[in-house]
Design a protein around this ligand. Structure first.
Ligand SMILES: [Zn+2]
Length: 107
């Protein structure tokens, strides 16, 4: 969870992402370490972490990792401290949202 501090992210947010992506359950222990049920290789974790960083940490405009996540109503925004740009990011339950959108197109 040292990574969370480096990335200025809530451990809970990172955890939710990991558990959703890996389709498992887990929790944070007393030392704020993520404990995941099941066996996952370090490679698996690395790929997931990279996806998290791409989606929720790196600024799309200037590629800076110096960003913060802000929540407005139900929308989550990634605000860049370097260039000041703001972009909306998908909430972690994005799979569910995508399904809804898919249905809307069909009807
Ligand atoms: Zn930026």
């Amino acid at each position: 969870m040292n990574l969370c501090k480096t990335m200025h992210r809530q451990p809970e947010h990172v955890m939710t992402f990991f558990l959703t992506e890996m389709g498992t359950s887990g929790s944070l222990d007393g030392q704020q370490r993520l404990v995941v049920k099941g066996r996952f290789g370090s490679r698996n974790c690395e790929v997931t972490l990279r996806r998290y960083i791409n989606e929720y940490v790196i600024c799309n405009t200037c590629k800076s990792p110096d960003t913060i996540l802000t929540k407005e109503n139900l929308l989550v925004f990634l605000r860049c401290e370097q260039c000041g740009s703001e972009q909306s990011v998908a909430p972690i339950t994005s799979g569910f949202v995508a399904t809804l959108e898919h249905r809307k197109i069909r009807t």
